[in-house]
Design a protein around this ligand. Structure first.
Ligand SMILES: Cc1cc2nc3c(=O)[nH]c(=O)nc-3n(C[C@H](O)[C@H](O)[C@H](O)COP(=O)(O)OP(=O)(O)OC[C@H]3O[C@@H](n4cnc5c(N)ncnc54)[C@H](O)[C@@H]3O)c2cc1C
Ligand SMILES: *[C@@H]1O[C@H](CO)[C@@H](O)[C@H](O)[C@H]1NC(C)=O
Ligand SMILES: *[C@@H]1O[C@H](CO)[C@@H](O)[C@H](O)[C@H]1NC(C)=O
Ligand SMILES: *[C@@H]1O[C@H](CO)[C@@H](O)[C@H](O)[C@H]1NC(C)=O
Ligand SMILES: *[C@@H]1O[C@H](CO)[C@@H](O)[C@H](O)[C@H]1NC(C)=O
Ligand SMILES: *[C@@H]1O[C@H](CO)[C@@H](O)[C@H](O)[C@H]1NC(C)=O
Ligand SMILES: *[C@@H]1O[C@H](CO)[C@@H](O)[C@H](O)[C@H]1NC(C)=O
Ligand SMILES: *[C@@H]1O[C@H](CO)[C@@H](O)[C@H](O)[C@H]1NC(C)=O
Ligand SMILES: *[C@@H]1O[C@H](CO)[C@@H](O)[C@H](O)[C@H]1NC(C)=O
Ligand SMILES: *[C@@H]1O[C@H](CO)[C@@H](O)[C@H](O)[C@H]1NC(C)=O
Length: 613
């Protein structure tokens, strides 16, 4: 009895310590003045909050519009349940696009997390009961947690565009390493041949592992690649800078659970620092300037429930949709658009919200002669609960411990492809793929697309070098109204060509002899599409833009007449205001790791400017 009471008290003390600096209301904040105020707790903002508070002499306030996953359900951290991600929920901003010209005027659901950790945290465990039938939930087909740095050429081109070698592949290596903490997979199998340990970080903050649960197709995919030869060489590690070929792809998973920005960079050991304060449910309405410094506007405060002052800087990390929205609401953007809404223009920056770029995928699915796929888990709630209980009772092991894809391929369009006679190759160089393929041991779609019986293998053809561009604009001046999102998908000749050729490349993988007897035949909307016209028609109805949205607050050369931030991530024409999130990229491969790495470098740039430790 005595011992029990003591244990209870210890437990409460630990909980209090762990949550010490997470506030749910501004009234518990120690002050309204901080050295740095960071807006948004996704991969960008969490990293900067963590690194700046390494210096005990600085104070940081991180403002997050959403809640925390500390209080969210177990299902949020279950890797396989990423397939239920992306449906309207209180953890999501519930955005939709305007009618999409390139996609038969459809209006699409655009998933964006509203929770600590940002999009690195979301995953809905339940089939949503409030899906709007008028919206197509394209991101039903998602990847999630994939750990991919991009090609070295992507980064080298970024360095060239911005005129800052620090953004080159070489320059960014230290930041990949600071971010990454390689961990063994939860089943502790021998991972030799599944990654190259020489190029990974083992002492960073965000956990990464490979192949947490084996699937029966792992071996078949590698065998198919070796039977076919080009363009399918085995690639030991897609994170080496050269991602071309087929191989294992790591995930941000730790011991069979999701490792989000909230779980890693805002773990209790960091959040309990006395100089870091995280305020939840704090929807920032705008950033506010405090006057001029020479020719530059000086920013130093943000408005949410009450004004918060920053003595050094305000850092916007609200993500690729909300960052341009917040800039526009603050009077930073194209003067003509701001005038039309009667908003005063503080800084005339035509690139705010422009040049939105997003990948788009089609899914090639085949019925298979096997019951060992994840299809039944997706369809059958009873079975799902059974596996969940196993995962809970068995040290987070088992088939829910991984996402639905543990291998991937990157492939280029043929050099002599017809399109290159008319258009310049948008890939950053000859070792950068146009098409990324995720390999799924089942069919990850459900809802209106679900196949109620059968077992499948699905391979995505994801166009990662799109030339189509969209935009984010304000609809009204009310910060609580949703912005107008145009994904712009499939509006360019190149994108229509490349996505349809991508489908053909994926089909090529299934011509290998290893599939004899396993593959029964193609299914789904693409099954009967063979001509270019037929495939393009399916692309318009079923093409799925994904969560890799970038470009809406693009970084450019210091002297460029376009762009939103300079190579130090400072908003052009302003002091005391930076953007640190995925919106600063011009184009990328997958965005999660690049955003963490940008956060790491941003923290170093800020520390250097202010002489911090
Ligand atoms: C469905 C989906 C699947 C994905 N899968 C992968 C993958 O497998 N691999 C990969 O590399 N990438 C993936 N991504 C992309 C990756 O998650 C994002 O690029 C990354 O999270 C971007 O980080 P961020 O910091 O720019 O913004 P976000 O993650 O969007 O975080 C922004 C944060 O700011 C908060 N915020 C916004 N506005 C305000 C405001 N006004 N006031 C206060 N707070 C605000 C938001 O609530 C949010 O928490 C996926 C994305 C989605 C949506
Ligand atoms: C801490 O910061 C304050 C004000 O920013 C400065 O005056 C002081 O010298 C700093 N102390 C150290 C040890 O850096
Ligand atoms: C999402 O937005 C739609 C309108 O686009 C609305 O009908 C629905 O109730 C919202 N859902 C949630 C969970 O907020
Ligand atoms: C899409 O909308 C535009 C403008 O309203 C119209 O001209 C076009 O015909 C529509 N396309 C389809 C496929 O409905
Ligand atoms: C970018 O690359 C081009 C071609 O290689 C070169 O001419 C140019 O000087 C580079 N620009 C910068 C800023 O490095
Ligand atoms: C893992 O496998 C490799 C190659 O098959 C082998 O050389 C190595 O000894 C194995 N490691 C362990 C710890 O068993
Ligand atoms: C969009 O990007 C291109 C290429 O980077 C640039 O030339 C153009 O000026 C940009 N447009 C705007 C409105 O920023
Ligand atoms: C769902 O799974 C349960 C548990 O394995 C099983 O008993 C049941 O028959 C399954 N239901 C269907 C429709 O397959
Ligand atoms: C834009 O605002 C108007 C007026 O408030 C509203 O009727 C309309 O639905 C909004 N459009 C979108 C796409 O949200
Ligand atoms: C494809 O064509 C076959 C044969 O005509 C037909 O049975 C099948 O239903 C079609 N599939 C789809 C998805 O349209």
């Amino acid at each position: 009895m005595h011992a029990y009471a003591w244990l209870t008290i210890l437990f409460l003390v630990l909980i209090r310590r762990a949550l010490a600096a997470i506030h749910v209301t501004p009234s518990t904040l120690p002050s309204l003045t901080f050295d740095f105020v960071i807006i948004g707790g996704g991969p960008g903002g969490s990293v900067v909050a963590n690194r700046l508070t390494e210096d005990p002499n600085v104070t940081v306030l991180l403002l997050e519009a959403g809640g925390s996953q500390v209080i969210a359900s177990t299902h949020l951290i279950l890797p396989l349940f990423v397939v239920f991600l992306a449906s309207p929920s209180p953890r999501d901003w519930n955005y939709s696009s305007i009618p999409q010209k390139g996609l038969d005027n459809q209006t699409l659901f655009v998933p964006r997390a509203k929770i600590l950790g940002g999009c690195s945290s979301i995953s809905n465990a339940h089939l949503s009961s409030h899906q709007s039938p008028s919206l197509r939930l394209v991101a039903m087909h998602v990847d999630g947690m994939l750990y991919l740095r991009g090609s070295s050429e992507d980064w080298d081109r970024f360095a060239n565009i911005t005129g800052d070698d620090g953004w080159s592949w070489e320059g960014m290596q230290q930041y990949f390493f600071k971010n990454e903490k390689w961990t063994p997979p939860v089943d502790r199998h021998n991972t030799t041949g599944q990654f190259d340990p020489n190029i990974h970080g083992f002492h960073g903050i965000n956990s990464v592992s490979v192949a947490n649960f084996p699937t029966p197709i792992d071996g078949k995919v590698l065998e198919a690649a070796s039977q076919l030869g080009a363009p399918w060489p085995f690639n030991l590690d897609p994170n080496s800078g050269n991602h071309l070929g087929v191989g294992w792809v790591p995930d941000t998973i730790k011991d069979g659970t999701r490792s989000s920005a909230a779980k890693s960079y805002l773990a209790p050991e960091f959040v309990e620092r006395k100089n870091l304060h995280v305020l939840l449910n704090a929807h920032v309405r705008k950033v506010v300037n405090r006057g001029m410094d020479g020719s530059k506007l000086v920013f130093g405060a943000v408005q949410f429930a009450q004004a918060d002052k920053a003595t050094k800087e305000v850092i916007i990390s609200a993500g690729s949709i909300n960052t341009p929205q917040l800039l526009l609401l603050s009077g930073i953007g194209p003067k003509s658009d701001l005038n039309a809404l009667s908003l005063p223009t503080l800084l005339d920056l035509p690139s705010v919200g422009a040049n939105l770029s997003v990948h788009i995928a089609l899914y090639v699915s085949h019925a298979v002669n096997s019951a060992d796929t994840f299809d039944d888990i997706i369809r059958n709630a009873t079975l799902r609960e059974q596996f969940t209980q196993e995962w809970l009772g068995n040290g987070h092991r088992g088939r829910l411990a991984d996402t639905e894809t543990s291998q991937a391929a990157f492939v280029r369009l043929p050099q002599d492809a017809d399109i290159f006679k008319r258009e310049q190759d948008p890939a950053a160089g000859p070792h950068t793929g146009h098409i990324q393929m995720g390999i799924y041991n089942g069919n990850p779609s459900f809802g209106s697309n679900s196949l109620s019986t059968g077992n499948f293998i699905t391979v995505s053809a994801r166009l990662i070098t799109p030339t189509s561009r969209g935009s984010v604009k304000l609809n009204t001046t009310d910060p609580f109204n949703k912005p107008l999102i145009d994904l712009g998908s499939l509006t360019s000749e190149f994108d229509k060509f490349a996505l349809r050729e991508g489908v053909k490349i994926v089909r090529g993988l299934f011509t290998a002899p290893v599939w004899d007897g396993y593959i029964l035949g193609e299914v789904g909307a693409l099954a009967n599409a063979t001509t270019d016209e037929e495939i393009e028609a399916v692309a318009r109805t079923d093409g799925a833009p994904d969560g890799h949205i970038v470009g809406t607050a693009a970084m450019s050369h210091r002297d460029a007449l376009f762009g939103v931030v300079d190579p130090d991530l400072k908003v052009k024409g302003a002091n005391g205001l930076r953007v640190v999130d995925a919106s600063i990229f011009v184009s990328t491969g997958n965005t999660q790791v690049p955003t963490y790495a940008v956060g790491e470098r941003a923290a170093d740039l800020i520390k250097a400017d202010w002489g911090l430790l």
